[in-house]
Design a protein around this ligand. Structure first.
Ligand SMILES: [Zn+2]
Length: 412
């Protein structure tokens, strides 16, 4: 593996290792006019050029950053990137005033995505997901969790998880697969029947996933049903994650904390008591402002969570029904304008804390010993990423020490 020396970096902005909660979350390491030395895919040295040169061995490839700012690669710890179909027409109907019921009556909603995903061959599903991952990479995502959950039957759930695993070997973004069989109840089954089916899928599919997730919500899975799914997952080596408190509080947070879930995700409707319990735990609170924006619902109380000391991660929830974006830069803007985060906190929540939500402790900081996942930006001040919104500021993406993407503007 070739080594890299990146020099002439206008600003290196990164969370400090371990600064994941409370006041420390926004306390970044900022190095002006810096350099980074990478060996065997790992960051060996960060500092001024003279400091870094002391550590250099051999003849690394030299990259001139041209004064650009550098930040860690984004870690998107919650997405549904693998799916069939397209629901642009539903968005158009909704925007023109159609109700959820009217859209559902025309075959819309999650049912349409499930049908399209079931109908699609594995190769086609993979080809579509590959194109989306190219877009994700260009926008600076270097690690991404992807859930199953649009199959709602054993064969299609397996197909989705196999696609995620295969794509992991065929493109630069590191992918983390999660089993979400309990995403909804498929048409034609009762909840009781389908819950049994999901419980039976877990041993069949546990080799293909790292986490088990469930949608704990009125009309989906109760707290008790969610617990059964997550406990079965645990028994087969899948650590728990949960979609909970999106529209209603039905006790999902307390149950998930009891199981020591890795993360509790959504949290748009959250009691002060739950804010405190999450803050007293090591479970990551994953907030998803893209959903609140897209569905025009309330935002999770990220400010309160941070102030109380919770470990908060920011993720896209990229999916065709409720958050059709994977632009972490835009989500950072939403976190600042809608959830009261500082720009510095929004960066930490999208990098180091996202990595913690995937238990990747060597990812998410530009710091010695960390995996060399970093972005060079088309600006010399990282704050532009959140400020100049709706714009892709990523110029170069480096994943595990290799240049994985270079914006063609660089040739100008
Ligand atoms: Zn989700």
């Amino acid at each position: 593996m070739s080594d890299l020396l990146i020099q002439n970096i206008g600003q290196i902005a990164s969370p400090k290792p371990g600064n994941t909660r409370g006041k420390e979350l926004g306390d970044l390491s900022i190095i002006e006019d810096g350099a980074v030395y990478i060996r065997d895919g790992v960051i060996k040295s960060v500092g001024t050029l003279s400091e870094v040169l002391d550590e250099v061995e051999g003849q690394p490839e030299v990259v001139d950053a041209g004064g650009r700012a550098a930040i860690p690669g984004f870690v998107d710890s919650h997405s549904h990137l693998v799916f069939g179909g397209n629901r642009a027409h539903e968005f158009a109907m909704r925007s023109a005033g159609a109700t959820y019921e009217e859209i559902a009556a025309q075959g819309g909603g999650i049912v349409s995505t499930v049908e399209a995903t079931r109908a699609m061959s594995k190769a086609e599903l993979e080809a579509r997901a590959f194109l989306r991952l190219e877009l994700a990479l260009e926008q600076g995502i270097t690690t991404m969790e992807i859930k199953s959950g649009y199959g709602l039957d054993l064969d299609t759930e397996r197909k989705m998880l196999e696609v995620i695993n295969e794509l992991n070997d065929h493109q630069p973004i590191e992918l983390v697969p999660t089993f979400l069989g309990a995403h909804a109840v498929p048409t034609g089954s009762t909840k009781e029947e389908y819950l049994e089916e999901v419980l039976n899928m877990i041993p069949e599919l546990s080799d293909l996933a790292e986490y088990c997730d469930v949608f704990c919500e009125k009309g989906y899975f109760t707290k008790e049903e969610s617990r059964r799914v997550l406990e079965k997952g645990l028994k087969h080596g899948l650590k728990p994650k949960i979609h909970t408190n999106q529209f209603n509080d039905i006790g999902g947070v307390e149950m998930a904390l009891d199981l020591e879930a890795v993360s509790v995700d959504h949290l748009e409707v959250l009691s002060d008591e739950d804010v405190r319990s999450i803050s007293d735990s090591d479970t990551i609170a994953t907030v998803l402002p893209g959903v609140s924006y897209f569905l025009n619902i309330s935002y999770s109380p990220a400010r309160k969570l941070i102030d109380e000391g919770a470990i908060v991660a920011l993720a896209s929830d990229f999916n065709p029904g409720s958050s059709m974006t994977m632009c972490m830069q835009l989500l950072m803007n939403m976190a600042c304008t809608k959830m009261g985060m500082s720009v510095e906190e929004a960066l930490s929540c999208s990098t180091q804390n996202g990595a913690l939500a995937l238990e990747r402790k060597n990812i998410g900081c530009i710091s010695e010993g960390y995996q060399a996942d970093l972005l060079l930006l088309e600006t010399d001040d990282f704050r532009n990423v959140a400020y100049f919104f709706g714009q892709n500021h990523v110029s170069v993406v480096i994943k595990k020490g290799k240049i994985a993407y270079k914006c063609t503007h660089l040739e100008r």
